[in-house]
Design a protein. Sequence first.
Length: 194
Amino acid sequence: MRSMRSRRLPVAGALGLILALCACEGVKDQLGMNKQPPDEFRVQARAPLSMPPNFYETPPPQPGVARPQEGTVQQQARQSIFRAGEPRQAAPVAAPGDTRSAGELALLAAAGSDRNQPNIRRLVNSETQDVNESDKRFLDYIVFWREEEPPGVVVDAEEEARRLRENAALGRPATEGQTPTIERKRKALLEGIF
């Protein structure tokens, strides 16, 4: 009886220790069991790296000094919201019969609605056609298990060379006679798989 208790005591003690450690937040942090996601409100975008035009005239950077092209967070917010430092544009004027307000016209002008592309419909159609054709080729390959055959006819090289030699030997022009071609055999649905 005593040996049974002596066996259970270390197991119970180990379980108690594990429960006590799991309840302690500091131990969880020490062992890396708590997630530490970044604070999305403190993440800042850095200015892109680029070679300035007057690179050799600029003074070297000083350690610990803020970068002059970035500014503070407040300055960046003011720049992005109020477009501070940009030249002011004249307010757009509504066409006769246009019921949009000056604010709507200014918003559309800022979005670039006045700088339209004249051939946008053709560009969108060509891009869509390219995507649709690649999807169709992929679907045909999946369904029919074979590559698309290239368009056009294939000339039988040996027969064509023989025809050209005969025409040259008989003094006829090279364009006389029918050009021999290779007829592609139509494959069955499951041909080439097994």
